[in-house]
Ligand binder design. Structure first.
Ligand code: FES
Length: 1001
């Protein structure tokens, strides 16, 4: 049908199918700022304005929008078609989002801005609650909403013409020494009711730097705030086919017959592939360095299906609708097999999930026992430690399967280029692993594959999987045409990866004085149908959680720690990498156990943990026992800021006044210490909890990052990195570090990541390694360039020595004060004298993995009548070494705490007795929205990690670890009842309360 759409004031006459959505029409017209909407508007990233009101373009037919004014993000600020010319600049909302650090991956940003614009046009002076309500229809998995809310309030003030706020002095005051006393010196926010900037207790080393340590604006922020076509699917290619996958309806079955003839006969269908059409190449989908530390147990297509959602056939067709129709025409005869759905039944079961002859074992995997990995780590003598204890505490805990839930789904476009090389444009965390791993699967040499990673709309480990690139690639090979494959939200739930659920048994020996004499954890981990990341995720559960508590006194020198795990196959969707990588599964049982022990023995919970926690200068107890894929080597932990984190965090949350204070718990006491005049119902109680955690920084002796830097004619530099910015800001922090070495502002570093044809190798974004590993590579490349710049400057200034030349403010400055500019050096070296391209390439592998540490605090309100838990406040004090960019780093902490909050109280993937997923969208699977958030506060306690040139450790994963146990501990504090399985739902709390009153569990 022919319709006319008026978009941003421009009329477009289009021919569209009657069922076509407004989203499809807008994207077809090139308005790429409106994003994925295959979910009835549940994520909200498809928000546009219709006559000034926010609507979901994916939930509206194109025809319904005819005759209305449609506004997309492209209507705001500078327009792409206006090219380089500076016009009116950014809209105040766009500017505020850029300046406040409200953008991480940026996928939800256009929708948030449009929703905010609609609010401000109605209400120019909104309250924080009104802003939260207005943007609550747009899910953000990255930010925790704090900075977007600040951005909207800041823009509102600017639009109203209020006295401009000095944003830098109010919110960001880094680079000057901070008082490190526990009493927070941060001024109360005058913009929102919550803390608006992290406190940073800086190290002396970081106080002289020009860009490192500063809240630099993200290098990709402007294009993201404008909704420019930066993501994988924002790509137009003539003749593009659409791929769909037929998924198994059975949890365990053999494909006896499959007939695709009717589907192939459908006009517009270009290819249908079944297991009969593809060579059987066994591989692992885990995006890890070679050799992959896990079994090879997957095929692109197999004649056996192992979970509801497993692949049965691939289709490519001219439209998505035709591809869907073709799926329904494929005839499949299954022989249904009995599934294993409970991890406890896997090892002893006669049912074998993997009986294919091509299966390749890794380490102790054993498909005959449905065992993907088997871990036995003994440090010291645990039995002797138990024998020396005065008390032994044993308990069992359970942690759930949860979804990464990045708002941009998995998406990939493949095509043959003009040299007959296969281009894979994909939303991946691991472009170089994609290229290496796909080569044998596709039957192509590595050199005939090019992988391009555009901007990524969040990954959180879900895109550390080489999950679906083969689907589009096989179809491009079969059809010779470009193919796009984009997961639906339902596919994300039934066919992508998730966090390993575990059943965990703890046993701990403690002396009367509170010394831990031995600590043991056994984890039964469920990898689902395939063993991707099975060994390494579960190994980290022990490695990074059980290492924190070594005991005190003599035990500190020779701790007794045991970590055993069995990682079993079941007929459920495979687990994989998820931010935190096994460690949140360890800290729920470990820290809950610590809390119970301290309460049972009458110790202060903070003192008990600190008494037994590892100190700087001590060996990482697991460093001689286990490593991810390489031989373990002894490693000393040099920086532990845990005690300072505790001091800062307990002051910020006012722990000393609240913990153990029955008046406060019962609501007879206000925040400022006065008797409360408002009586809460007696069923409402407050509680406060703490958890202490450590993570790791990169994988020693294994993962490598590379960087190259070249100088341009104007003295700017191209920084090319294989590292993968998922929205974390890694391009920005790498540019900051290189800029610091070269003495130029960040705007002179043009950072590009990543393309396997052009950027150096990098293992990709995982294991909290980018700032540390890829950052060191960038610093080393910058040092090579800086050396050549100094040599050239010495030649131009006719100096005998170049070593004393300083690089700063875009100048090379001699000790006598004379200088040449970077631009002069560049022109001289490229065009005039002894011509050369100044450039440097470097790579880095770390021999150590220095752990970051954190103290996590939570304050909750619990209704003991209903079991309803409201998390009121989360405070996290983190030692992540030196903070390169407090703007991006605090965003990481806020977003991580928010994801972890879902893990604590509401997120869970469940299955019925046939293995069908119960949660398949963002309706049943609840993510926190802007108007449901607790107050968030981040405090950075810097230490200077000596193994990194700028003293950094990791920040990305540690916020996942402590929220759930801190919330569990706070609930215990409030009502005296324990819930040992997270998420802590009202039903579980209510049952725990009932068991208290009845004594029955
Ligand atoms: S910044 Fe909101 S989803 Fe990534």
């Amino acid at each position: 049908m022919n319709i006319t759409l008026k978009v941003n004031g421009i009329e477009h006459a289009i021919d569209t199918a009657p069922a076509s959505t407004l989203l499809a029409a807008l994207r077809g017209l090139g308005y790429h700022g409106v994003k994925f909407g295959d979910e009835g508007g549940l994520s909200g990233s498809d928000t546009v304005l219709l006559n000034g009101k926010p609507v979901n373009a994916g939930a509206l037919l194109a025809a319904q929008a005819e005759g209305h004014d449609i506004a997309t993000i492209e209507a705001l600020g500078e327009h792409p078609e206006q090219g380089w010319k500076i016009t009116d600049g950014l809209h105040p909302l766009q500017k505020a989002f850029v300046e406040t650090g409200a953008i991480q991956c940026g996928y939800c940003t256009p929708a948030q801005i449009l929703a905010a614009k609609a609010l401000l046009e109605k209400n120019p002076n909104p309250s924080e609650a009104e802003v939260r309500e207005a943007i609550s229809g747009v899910l953000c998995r990255c930010t925790g909403y704090l900075k977007p809310v600040q951005a909207v309030l800041k823009a509102a003030a600017e639009i109203r013409g209020d006295t401009p706020l000095d944003w830098n002095s109010i919110n960001w005051d880094f680079g000057t020494p901070k008082d490190d006393s526990p009493q927070s010196d941060a001024p109360a926010s005058n913009l929102t009711g919550v803390q608006v900037r992290p406190k940073v207790v800086v190290t002396p080393e970081s106080q002289t730097w020009q860009t490192v340590g500063k809240p630099e604006i993200k290098v990709d922020a402007v294009k993201l705030v404008q909704g420019k076509p930066a993501f994988t699917a924002d790509f137009e290619k003539r003749g593009l086919l659409h791929a769909k996958v037929l998924h198994s309806p059975h949890a365990h079955a053999l494909i006896k017959n499959i007939d695709a003839s009717k589907a192939l006969a459908l006009e517009g269908v270009a290819a249908v592939l079944t297991w009969k059409d593809l060579p059987r190449v066994v591989y692992s989908t885990a995006g890890q360095s070679d050799p992959i530390p896990g079994p090879l147990d997957a095929f692109s297509l197999d004649k056996k299906v192992r979970f509801v959602g497993d692949r049965v056939a691939f289709v490519a067709a001219e439209t998505e609708e035709l591809a869907e129709k073709a799926l329904s025409l494929i005839e499949v005869e299954y022989e249904v097999l009995t599934p294993i759905l409970d991890s406890r039944q896997a090892m002893g079961s006669p049912i074998r999930i993997h009986d294919e002859p091509e299966y390749v074992n890794f380490a102790d995997s054993n498909p005959e026992k449905n065992l993907a990995a088997h871990i036995r780590i003994d440090i010291g003598d645990v039995e002797k430690g138990f024998a020396e204890a005065d008390e032994i505490f044993e308990a069992e805990y359970e942690v759930p399967k949860v979804q990464q839930a990045h708002i941009e789904p998995h998406v990939c476009v493949t095509y043959w280029d003009e040299d007959d090389r296969l281009v894979i444009r994909t939303s991946t965390q691991v472009p170089f692993h994609v290229r290496r791993m796909m080569a044998p699967v596709l039957g192509l040499p590595v050199k005939r594959i090019r992988v391009i990673k555009p901007r990524i709309g969040g990954g959180f480990g879900g895109k550390q999987e080489v999950l679906m690139e083969d689907v589009a690639a096989h179809l491009t090979i079969a059809t010779k045409r470009p193919v796009i494959y984009e997961y639906t939200r339902e596919e994300e739930f039934i066919a992508a990866r998730s966090r390993h659920p575990m059943r965990v048994r703890m046993k701990t020996g403690v002396k009367k004085d509170g010394t831990i004499t031995a600590n043991s954890m056994y984890a039964l981990s469920d990898t689902g149908a395939y063993g991707c990341h099975a060994l390494t995720v579960t190994g980290n559960t022990g490695h990074k959680a059980m290492a924190l508590y070594v005991g005190d006194g003599e035990y500190r020198k020779a701790p007794n720690i045991r970590f055993y795990a069995d990682v079993v196959y079941t007929n459920t969707p495979p687990a994989g990498a998820f931010r935190g990588y096994g460690v949140p599964q360890g800290y729920w049982p470990l820290d809950r156990h610590m809390e119970k022990i301290s309460r049972a023995m009458g110790f202060d919970p903070i003192d008990f943990r600190l008494k037994n926690a590892i100190h700087s200068g001590e060996y990482h107890p697991f460093s001689t026992a286990w490593n991810e894929g390489r031989e373990p080597r002894p490693e000393i932990i040099h920086t532990v800021g845990l005690e300072q984190c505790v001091a800062q965090g307990r002051a910020a949350i006012n722990w000393d006044d609240k913990f153990g204070n029955e008046e406060w718990r019962a609501g007879r006491w206000t925040e400022d210490g006065r008797p409360s005049t408002v009586r809460r119902p007696s069923s409402i109680r407050k509680g406060i909890g703490v958890a202490m955690v450590m993570q790791g920084t990169a994988i020693p002796y294994l993962d490598m990052g590379g960087a190259s830097i070249k100088m341009n004619d104007d003295g700017s530099f191209n920084l090319l990195v294989g590292a993968t910015d998922l929205g974390t800001g890694s391009d920005t922090v790498l540019a900051q570090m290189a800029a610091e070495v070269l003495g130029v502002p960040v705007e002179d570093m043009i950072c590009y990541s990543s393309d396997t044809d052009f950027t150096p190798f990098d293992k990709g974004a995982y294991a909290s390694s980018t700032t540390y590993i890829s950052g060191t590579a960038a610093v080393n490349a910058a040092k090579i360039v800086a050396e050549r710049v100094r040599v050239r400057a010495a030649m131009m200034l006719k100096l005998d020595k170049h070593e004393d030349i300083k690089l700063e403010n875009r100048q090379a400055i001699a000790p006598d004060g004379r200088s040449v500019s970077m631009a002069e050096i560049a022109l001289d070296s490229l065009h005039k004298n002894y011509q050369e391209q100044i450039m440097g390439v470097a790579s880095y592998v770390s021999p150590v993995s220095p752990p970051p540490f954190a103290a996590q605090f939570a304050e909750v309100t619990v209704d003991s009548e209903t079991g309803q838990v409201t998390v009121d406040r989360l405070v996290m004090a983190v030692d992540s070494g030196v903070i390169v960019n407090p703007l991006t780093a605090s965003g990481q902490i806020e977003g991580g705490m928010t994801q972890a909050l879902g893990y604590a109280v509401c997120e869970e993937m469940r299955y019925d007795d046939k293995g069908n997923a119960i949660e398949r969208d963002f309706d049943r699977y609840h993510l926190f929205r802007a108007n449901e958030m607790p107050e968030l506060e981040t405090i950075f306690v810097e230490t200077f990690e000596p193994s990194h040139p700028f003293g950094v450790k990791a920040v990305a994963e540690i916020p996942m670890d402590g929220v759930a146990p801190a919330v569990g501990n706070a609930i215990l504090d409030a009502i005296g009842a324990n819930v040992d399985d997270n998420p802590v739902t009202p039903e579980k709390v209510w049952k725990a309360l009932k068991s208290l009153s009845t004594g029955i569990k």
